[in-house]
Design a protein around this ligand. Structure first.
Ligand code: ADP
Ligand code: MG
Length: 295
């Protein structure tokens, strides 16, 4: 394409709510045949809600909400915000953690009122050799079967509760997936969340079960992109989180949600300003048009 055509394409992109880092970006979309979609915040709204709490025998729900809410209050993760907001709504003011750390892709850990508290995936508890008792395991399985994310809460070496959170698929996501497929792309859902939740979101937007890659740790998302590239695919990646940044940079075309984190926006080749996944299809259409590969 001529420089003028690329300039025009870039301008048209801006009208469509697509910010393109440089004219050369359009060239890199030419061969893209696979599009990897992050789940949380990209296909789904990322606005999670705390829907329920199941406590272990002898555990007080107020204690669970105070401690889990206090710890999650210190994290920016969408799940953390849901837990903190849901807890504060029920128990009021939350204590301030004496110590806090994010464990990427697994949850959070810290110290509150002298208790060592963990909130996150069952795997986070497993790292501290804390098993989920039968009742909580059952609550977790049931929540996940219903397409919700189950978050375990433990303190002082014992699992105390399972919190159920869920977010909704964006209204525009199914149409976006259909349009990406119409452009000849294979959509793949990539997430750190569990397989059951991933499968239910995939079914809702029309992504084939064999194209769901779940329970991937943040640092491993980039390896999934590399693996697909190693199979000879030319890969676009759409994401919003800090945990998507490396994968966005590795992809042949990185598309960042404008509603996402600065890290994702910096790593991407272009930004979908409104956070609407349909703009990903617009972007690919636009670049093909600009490059004269379609009318
Ligand atoms: P995604 O890839 O869908 O954006 P993440 O990689 O950020 O998700 O997180 C993967 C999983 O780790 C979450 O589904 C959740 O189970 C757990 N997790 C991560 N951060 C937290 C947190 N702050 N609190 C509770 N659970 C968390
Ligand atoms: Mg995300």
């Amino acid at each position: 394409a001529t420089p003028t055509a690329l300039m025009v394409g870039t301008g048209r992109g801006a009208q469509l709510g697509i910010l393109i880092k440089g004219p050369e970006v359009l060239e890199s979309t030419k061969r893209v045949d696979t599009i990897v979609l992050d789940k949380t915040g990209t296909v789904t709204t990322g606005k999670m809600t705390l829907l329920g709490t199941v406590v272990a025998d002898g555990t007080d729900e107020t204690d669970v909400l105070r401690l889990a809410g206090a710890l999650e209050h210190a994290s920016e993760h969408p799940i953390a915000q849901a837990v903190a907001a849901g807890a504060a709504a029920k128990v009021g003011a939350l204590p301030t953690p004496e110590d806090f750390a994010n464990v990427p892709g697994l949850g959070v850990q810290g110290v509150i009122e002298g208790h060592a508290v963990l909130v996150g995936r069952e795997q986070l508890l497993a790292e501290w050799v804390i098993p989920l008792p039968e009742g909580l395991k059952k609550a977790k399985d049931e929540a996940e079967a219903a397409g919700r994310t189950a978050i375990a809460v433990a303190w002082d070496g014992e699992a105390r509760a399972v919190l159920e959170v869920a977010d909704a698929v964006k209204e525009t996501s199914a149409e976006a997936v259909r349009r990406l497929r119409d452009l000849g792309l294979t959509p793949i859902l990539l997430t750190g969340d569990n397989k059951a939740v991933a499968a239910s979101v995939a079914a809702e937007v029309g992504i084939a079960p064999e194209h769901v890659i779940a329970e991937v740790l943040p640092q491993d998302k980039v390896d999934v992109v590399k693996r697909l590239q190693g199979e000879g695919r030319s890969v676009a990646m759409v994401g919003d989180g800090v945990n998507d940044a490396a994968a966005l940079a590795q992809a042949d075309l990185g598309l960042a949600m404008g509603t996402g984190t600065d890290a994702a926006i910096e790593a991407g080749d272009l930004t979908l300003v409104r956070g609407d996944l349909r703009a990903a299809a617009d972007a690919i259409r636009l670049s093909r048009k600009t490059l004269g590969t379609i009318k």
